[in-house]
Design a protein around this ligand. Structure first.
Ligand SMILES: *Cc1c(COP(=O)(O)O)cnc(C)c1O
Length: 211
């Protein structure tokens, strides 16, 4: 298990205003508790089933903020909403936003996921359509409170490719700031330093935390 203070010192040396989301998708509630004991409060899961399990096992830790970071199937929407996540990071289309909006009886903080590397394997709206879809969701889905964007860096060994994908997502974020965007969520274990240099203010780290 990582020493969280050392990691936060490094992160804050790159940018003081970065939120760390501890991704717990591949570990058990035991590891979540260990990070919680070190002060971590924001955690991310990519499957509703696993999120439900962790929420139930960790129910006593009422100040944990859970983020949903993975693909959301329509048949899992109700279950997700019953868990009241603090942030839905992976809104991947206008249609998905509409489906969630219909079922919401509270306001859900949400990020629009951008597939800026244009990879078939990834969810999210295209770079070209991102701003328009963001505005459409804002106007038509009143229970969805858009707070910014989320993106996964290009899957490449070429750092320039990864950087390019981060820069594209950041550009969208910059343009949407005038419309209230505050969060630019990008960067994982392998590329979070680069993501922060490109303007990220929320990183999602998994594997790195548990070695
Ligand atoms: C798993 C996952 C992460 C964390 O990935 P690591 O490489 O383990 O840091 C971040 N974001 C999303 C959307 C994920 O699915």
């Amino acid at each position: 298990m990582i020493n969280l203070q050392n990691l936060m010192d490094e992160i804050n040396s790159l940018n003081e205003n970065v939120t760390l989301v501890a991704v717990s998708k591949n570990v058990s509630s035991t590891e979540v508790k260990a990070l919680y004991a070190q002060g971590q409060r924001v955690f991310g899961e990519n499957r509703v089933q696993e999120l439900a399990k962790k929420c139930s096992e960790l129910g006593e830790f009422t100040d944990i903020k859970w983020h949903m970071i993975g693909r959301l199937q329509n048949n899992k929407i109700n279950q997700l909403l019953s868990l009241r996540p603090a942030l839905w990071q992976s809104c991947d289309s206008f249609e998905r936003a509409s489906e969630v909006n219909k079922r919401l009886n509270f306001t859900l903080d949400t990020l629009l996921q951008i597939n800026s590397a244009n990879e078939d394997s990834k969810q999210g709206v295209s770079y070209e359509n991102a701003s328009e879809i963001y505005m459409r969701i804002k106007e038509q889905c009143k229970n969805i409170n858009l707070k910014g964007v989320m993106s996964i860096g290009a899957h490449s060994d070429d750092e320039r490719e990864v950087q390019k994908s981060f820069e594209l997502s950041y550009k969208i974020f910059e343009n949407l700031r005038a419309h209230g965007a505050q969060i630019c969520s990008m960067g994982m274990s392998s590329d979070f330093r680069l993501a922060i240099k490109c303007g990220s203010n929320m990183i999602r780290l998994g594997s790195l935390l548990y070695i």
